[in-house]
Structures are given as C-alpha cells and as structure tokens.
Design a protein around this ligand. Structure first.
Ligand SMILES: C[S@@+](CC[C@H](N)C(=O)[O-])C[C@H]1O[C@@H](n2cnc3c(N)ncnc32)[C@H](O)[C@@H]1O
Ligand SMILES: [Zn+2]
Length: 295
C-alpha cells in the first residue's frame, strides 16, 4: 500500500450490550481464576471461583484479575492511553485495522487480543467476524476502560501477559498481538489446534521522518519473532501495511506520546522539540502483519 490518506471515519462501535453482565458470558466461560485456575462464574458484580476467590467487576465493564504489583513503566499510563485513543480515532492506523480484520475474518470463536490497549484493533476484527467474540487482555486498567466499551461482543480483563494467563487451555480460535509483549508458550496454550496467531509490529521505517523523537525499531525484529515462535507455530503469511501520510503537529505529538518514548520524553530536548512543532509533516506509517498456525 502506498499513497496519502486523509480522513477515515471512526467505525460505529457501540457500548457493551450483554444484558446485565459487564462481560459476555462466553468470555467469562473462557476465563480462569488467577489464584487457583478454576473456572469463574459471574455473581452480581464479581467473578468468583468455587474456592471462593473473588474479583470485582469495575463499573466501567472490565474485570481486574491481578493480585501482584506491576513494575512502574509496564502499563500504559492515562496520558499515553488518551494520546493513543485520539491518534487512532483520527484514522491514521485504519489501514492496519483493515488488514487485521481481513486476516482474522474467518475467526468463529474467541479472539484474544494480548495487549489490547483501547481495544481499537480487536473491535475492528469483531466487526468483520460476526461469529467471533473478543477478550482484551492488558495490564493497563485505564486502557481497558475504553476497551470494555469498544464493541458489544468484547470483554476485558486486566492481566500481566508475562504471567500464565487466567484463561483456559485451547479456548481461543485466534490470538491477536499488536505492538505488545509476546508470550509464545501462552499463545500456544490458549489457542485451539490449528488456531490463528496474528502479530503486528512496526516496520523499521515506521515514523522514520520523526528521527529520534521516537525510539528506533529493531531491524531484525521479524527474524527474532519467527525464532521465538518457531517452536510452537508455523508462519503462514506476512504482509506490509505502509503509507506516507500527512500528520498534523497534534497527531505527531500523539504518535510520540502514545508509545514507549513517552517514558523518556523528559530526557534531552524531545519535549521542547515536540512543543515547537507548528507545521504538518509527511510521515511514513509502516507495519508488518505476520500470521501463524498453531502446531
Ligand atoms: C504499544 S501499546 C499497544 C496497544 C494496542 N495493541 C494498540 O495497538 O492500540 C502496548 C500495550 O501493551 C500493554 N502492556 C505492556 N506490558 C504488558 C504486560 N506485561 N502485560 C499486559 N499488557 C502489557 C500496555 O499497557 C499497552 O496497552
Ligand atoms: Zn480460585
């Protein structure tokens, strides 16, 4: 893909629609107690296992299954999430959302988005896969407040992806992983045999015109990705989603503030250079989408 794109309307995602249950019942069926791994049941405003462990459902519609502290700098913060939501709403990454929806269109069961953030990509996938439902996992409760409302067939749970996931074996038909931590053994365990894993990553030329305003992308990432997943998965495809687009100063700030660079903004002169931006700039937005089948 190449060329410039201007504005894309935000898709008409509505709020959650599963009766009085904040999470779709079929999503609850796939979840497990994060203390003892037993199945969970929805009881009033909690999820409970038979051993009596109980997890509150937040008013905003997600469940927090964490019971350990998370190191600072792991979860996306409120300003990062706000920047990401605004940047995505501008349509700047819509071609990637369309590509993910295309490759996942056959998904007919549970789609788990590992590191789902605001749920933008998972909601697009669910729109194109009418028989699917989604589970958004992320360690950022702030992000999941938005994810929980991103689509009627989506449920959201706060969890640290580096720990064994609070999800049953072979419950998912697809796993989605977009710029987020990759836990190969857990991808494999939760996917049913033959299930689809889709990984999106920034390409080396992503945002290259912004220079050191953004942290650089490791050029050998793809090679390493295949290496880490090779034990559990066979790669079935890889596409590039690449455009040059004009970003406003506001969009450029959001693109920087929503990513890992946000944790280093006050180092050097990044902040003052960002604040000084006044002109739109043509910027490369470039991703790779790799698909794998569970062996
Ligand atoms: C770059 S953002 C991508 C979010 C989303 N996939 C998107 O593209 O809009 C990375 C996400 O991974 C989450 N994350 C980082 N480390 C995590 C961990 N150990 N467990 C769960 N989520 C994590 C962050 O909170 C953040 O929402
Ligand atoms: Zn339990």
């Amino acid at each position: 893909m190449s060329g410039c794109f201007t504005s894309w309307s935000n898709s008409p995602m509505t709020g959650a629609d599963h009766g009085n249950d904040p999470l779709p019942p079929r999503v609850v069926e796939a979840l497990r107690c994060s203390v003892c791994a037993s199945p969970l049941k929805s009881v009033e405003r909690t999820l409970r296992c038979s051993a009596g462990h109980s997890f509150d459902l937040a008013r905003q519609g997600y469940v927090n299954l964490l019971h350990a502290r998370i190191p600072a700098g792991t979860a996306d913060t409120a300003p990062m999430v706000a920047a990401r939501a605004d940047f995505l709403a501008s349509g700047a990454c819509r071609p990637l959302a369309d590509e993910l929806a295309r490759v996942c269109a056959e998904a007919d069961g549970l789609v788990i988005d590992a590191g789902a953030g605001t749920g933008y990509y998972l909601a697009h996938v669910l729109e194109s896969a009418p028989a699917a439902l989604g589970l958004a996992l992320d360690v950022s409760a702030v992000a999941l407040r938005r994810a929980a409302r991103a689509h009627p067939r989506l449920g959201a749970a706060v969890w640290n992806l580096w720990e064994p996931w609070p999800v049953g074996d072979e419950v998912a038909s697809a796993v989605l992983n977009v710029f987020a931590p990759r836990n190969g053994p857990e991808f494999h365990r939760v996917l049913r045999p033959g299930g689809l894993l889709t990984v999106a990553a920034p390409a080396p030329d992503h945002l290259r015109e912004l220079g050191d305003l953004v942290l650089s992308v490791d050029e050998r990432k793809e090679e390493r990705l295949d290496g880490t997943l090779g034990e559990y998965f066979a790669r079935t495809g890889r596409t590039e989603v690449r455009r040059t687009t004009e970003l406003s100063p506001r969009q450029i700030r959001q693109a920087v503030e929503m990513g890992p660079t946000a944790f280093h903004l006050d180092r050097g002169d990044r902040r003052s250079r960002l604040d000084a931006l006044s002109e739109p700039q043509a910027v490369t937005v470039s991703f790779t989408v790799s698909t794998y089948r569970r062996l």
